[in-house]
Write a protein that binds this ligand. Structure first.
Ligand code: SAH
Length: 470
């Protein structure tokens, strides 16, 4: 018998604890099993996927008992839509798991000395918190439970559906009637566009055949009340396009700027496309404290404005600025952290890979009358060399906010060499942050830690760490 031929279904497994990445764990015969879609306290039958000597992965196929602390998910699309997978947990419990997750990573992977953690900054509003959503239109709808032997032909009764791209499916959408991530105006616009297209013979995009008119739509709703909508079309068809845009303009006076983009490519990426303005200025203004940010249809901005403001407040507090310091903002995106901290710094130096983001950063600095900021585009490991620091000044405070992969080791070494007295590390992945903290430990002590929850009902977590030169 082959070594792996054990039963693929484990029965009545008691889920013990939260693990990571949204999965919880159980132990069976000395083996750790990571399970999706369950919470500690559930008792389930588990179908195993990956199955190694000490650990396995699986998903629940039958529930014998639900954890007592489970709550009823508030969204009708829960379980089908991949969006807000933690709705079955009370928000306070989600926060507790997130804080625990950061602690586990920093102690187990980082293995560095830690101060007591400051309490996670929870979101006062756990619904309607996203300023940006992208909806997908498609000829094919993902229907749970419906087998897809060929993946090809469903006899969908409608010409197309609108919602979110279905996880694990190249060509399907999860049809959405009501999403709780954005104020209901967003749902009304999406449903109206869908219904107008259905009623007026405007085709939905078929990604396999690469034909169809309606592809995607981005809705950006700012705390200032500004509402930017960009509709992406897969074909020219000017008459249909204008009919739809005119309908949207007339039906939704709340929209402050309406754009469209023609995308004849096979992929959905926006970076090489030129959105066209149909009404309004073509951008929206977002505000954090008194700072204003101009956001174009392609600009990056923290997707949860209110928690973004809190994240930056924690970051600024940890930076301990007194007006005399040279502040570096690495991985600066559109310059928002540097701009937010600008009143406390003598000079701000921002570095970011994406050229267009640096263009936005410069515009945002000007919009806020900031003249002591310098922004440059390039890879941090190429830009941040001796000459660069000699030109712009030794860093007194260095803020770093890398993507999920964390910092390149070369950059960590450069930071160790530059010896800024204070480093603030903002991270969206505590595992890579922990790895980098272990390297920085050669010269830096972790002095403050405070996670911030930017994404309620998901397992994603942001963490801010203050480091001081020993
Ligand atoms: N600090 C910003 C953005 C953080 S997201 C904010 O708060 O809005 C991380 C940023 O790092 C992204 O904008 C990404 O484009 C940038 N980035 C990724 N790899 C990079 C690299 N090697 N060098 C410079 N910037 C990089």
């Amino acid at each position: 018998m082959r070594r792996n031929q054990q039963p693929r279904i484990l029965e009545s497994v008691i889920v013990e604890a939260y693990a990571a990445e949204g999965k919880s764990l159980a132990r069976q015969d000395g083996k750790v099993i990571f399970i999706e879609g369950v919470v500690p306290g559930d008792v389930v039958d588990v179908r195993l996927g990956k199955n190694k000597k000490d650990w396995a992965e699986g998903h629940a196929v039958r529930f014998h008992q639900y954890a007592a602390e489970r709550v009823q998910p508030f969204c009708q699309h829960f379980g089908v839509c991949g969006g807000c997978q933690w709705q079955m947990l009370p928000y306070a419990k989600q926060l507790q798991f997130k804080q625990q997750q950061v602690f586990d990573n920093l102690t187990r992977i980082g293995k560095v000395a830690l101060p007591p953690f400051e309490p996670i900054v929870g979101a006062p509003e756990d619904r309607f918190y996203r300023n940006k959503l992208e909806y997908t239109f498609s000829t094919k709808e993902f229907t749970p439970g419906k087998p897809s032997p060929s993946g090809e032909s469903y006899d969908d009764p409608l010409p197309g559906s609108a919602g979110f791209h279905a996880r694990g499916f190249f060509d399907k959408v999860v049809a959405i009637e009501k999403c709780w991530l954005q104020d209901d105006i967003s749902n009304r616009i999406r449903n109206a566009v869908r219904d107008f297209a259905r009623a007026n013979g405007i085709s939905f995009y078929d990604i396999r055949a690469h034909v169809g008119m309606l592809r995607t739509m981005q809705v950006r709703l700012c705390t200032t009340g500004e509402l930017m909508v960009n509709i992406v079309f897969g074909e020219e068809r000017e008459k249909q396009r204008i009919a739809l845009l005119e309908f949207v303009k007339q039906s939704f006076p709340e929209i402050t700027t309406l754009l469209y983009t023609i995308n004849l490519k096979w992929n959905d990426s926006m970076f090489d496309l030129e959105p066209q303005v149909y009404t309004g200025t073509g951008y929206a203004i977002e505000q954090l404290e008194a700072f204003r940010f101009k956001i174009g249809p392609k600009s990056f901005f923290q997707t949860n404005t209110k928690q973004g403001e809190r994240l930056y407040q924690v970051t600024r507090e940890f930076a301990e600025l007194d007006g005399s310091q040279v502040l570096y903002d690495l991985y600066c995106g559109t310059g928002s952290i540097g701009i937010f901290c600008s009143r406390g710094a003598k000079k701000i130096v921002g570095v970011e890979l994406i050229e267009a983001a640096i263009g936005d950063a410069k515009e945002n600095a000007a919009l806020n009358n900031i003249e002591h900021a310098f922004f440059t585009a390039g890879d941090v490991i190429d830009v941040c060399n001796d000459e660069f620091f000699a030109t712009h000044g030794r860093p007194d405070v260095l803020i770093t906010d890398p993507p999920r992969a964390g910092m390149h080791e070369k950059l960590v070494n450069k930071i160790l060499e530059m010896e800024a007295p204070t480093v603030v590390y903002v991270s969206c992945n505590p595992a890579t942050q922990a790895r980098d903290l272990a390297l920085l430990d050669a010269k830096y002590a972790v002095t403050r830690v405070r996670p911030v929850d930017m994404f309620p009902h998901t397992h994603h977590i942001e963490n801010v760490v203050q480091l001081k030169l020993r």
